[in-house]
Design a protein around this ligand. Structure first.
Ligand code: AHR
Length: 332
């Protein structure tokens, strides 16, 4: 209870300033009509949370944040499901939450497309769906709200750093993309490409590393075999793929951060450590600590209150000195 009362204050304490983007408010359910598990003053709110998987350090921090905020002490009964990066597992989990009659469904969609049917089923059952982290391309009337990060802006910040760093110099770039079809990968690519238009940066290659360390390493090995020392800069769409690439770069006899400059997205402790050590050159933050905000929104929605359609975390970016300064208090 104590934890729930202090939710918004806590959100401030972790420097997660979330902004409601008023693209039209949404009211769902209306008290006890929002499924049988919507809770009351005395009974906990039953919540089903379908998580993408455990592919990255970011994801683990996000899962911990959600589990801590949607816990018994805060008035929830959480059912957690790990989809292991598979859409069919998420669809099955959501159907099971509907059958269980939960009060709300929280779900981090692995990919952007293919959710219409299951979202319609949740709507027909009057169960509000809160998108957490990534977005979907479905009709916005099929879900209540999204709490996440601005992926396009993250990509744009990374691209701007590359364009500025190589201003007036020709540079060959390779990209480690996130999971194919995910909004995180799609939007980061859009933002990045926008920012490098008109620069002398040439994209030699761009392939998915599925947001994992191991695939980041494997794909970087392939890039190095193909392009060797002509690569000047790597854009890894998350820290983990960048960290995997470090092994490949060192094994090729090159020095990461010097022979190949590296920009990544997330800002995990491991990513900021690599930046502080000079192996990475720039890191754009993507805040995974969304749990308190999601919990507050779920409570409002099941109480029949109106919420905004989109809540975006404010993210920052780090150079080496900023990473060194941030590390001692970094939470994830
Ligand atoms: O959707 C957010 C992205 O997913 C994070 O950048 C990445 O690390 C995670 O796997």
């Amino acid at each position: 209870m104590k934890k729930f009362v202090g939710m918004l204050a806590l959100a401030g304490a972790v420097a997660l300033v979330l902004t409601g983007c008023a693209s039209g408010g949404t009211t769902v359910g209306g008290g006890s009509t929002a499924g049988s598990g919507s809770g009351s003053d005395s009974s906990p709110v039953k919540v089903g949370f379908s998580q993408v998987g455990a592919e990255s350090g970011w994801r683990s921090a996000n899962t911990t944040s959600l589990k801590n905020s949607l816990d018994d002490a805060n008035g929830f009964k959480l059912t957690f499901s790990d989809a292991q990066q598979k859409q069919e597992n998420q669809i099955a989990a959501i159907r099971s939450f509907i059958t269980q009659g939960v009060g709300a469904i929280v779900f981090a969609p692995v990919v952007e497309t293919g959710w219409d049917d299951v979202l319609k089923e949740a709507k027909d059952a009057k169960i509000p769906v809160i998108l957490e982290d990534r977005s979907v391309d479905s009709d916005p009337n099929l879900y209540t709200t999204r709490v996440g990060d601005d992926f396009e802006k993250e990509g744009e910040t990374a691209g701007k750093w590359v364009a500025d760093t190589f201003n007036g110099k020709k540079a060959n770039l390779v990209v480690l993309e996130g999971t194919t079809g995910s909004s995180a990968a799609n939007d980061r690519t859009t933002g990045f490409n926008k920012a490098i238009v008109g620069s002398d940066v040439k994209v030699l290659d761009s392939q998915t590393g599925n947001f994992t360390r191991s695939e980041g390493k494997t794909v970087m090995e392939g890039f190095l075999q193909k392009y060797g020392k002509t690569i000047n800069v790597l854009f890894a769409q998350n820290d983990d793929m960048g960290l995997g690439a470090l092994d490949a770069i060192k094994a090729a006899g090159l020095t990461p951060g010097k022979d190949i400059q590296i920009v990544t997205i997330d800002g995990t402790k491991d990513g900021l450590t690599a930046l502080s050590n000079g192996a990475f050159n720039y890191v754009v933050e993507c805040n995974p600590l969304l749990g308190d905000q999601v919990a507050a929104i779920v409570k409002k929605v099941v109480a029949g209150e109106t919420v905004d359609k989109l809540y975006l975390a404010k993210d920052q970016a780090f150079d080496q000195a900023q990473a060194t300064a941030a590390l001692p208090t970094r939470q994830y």
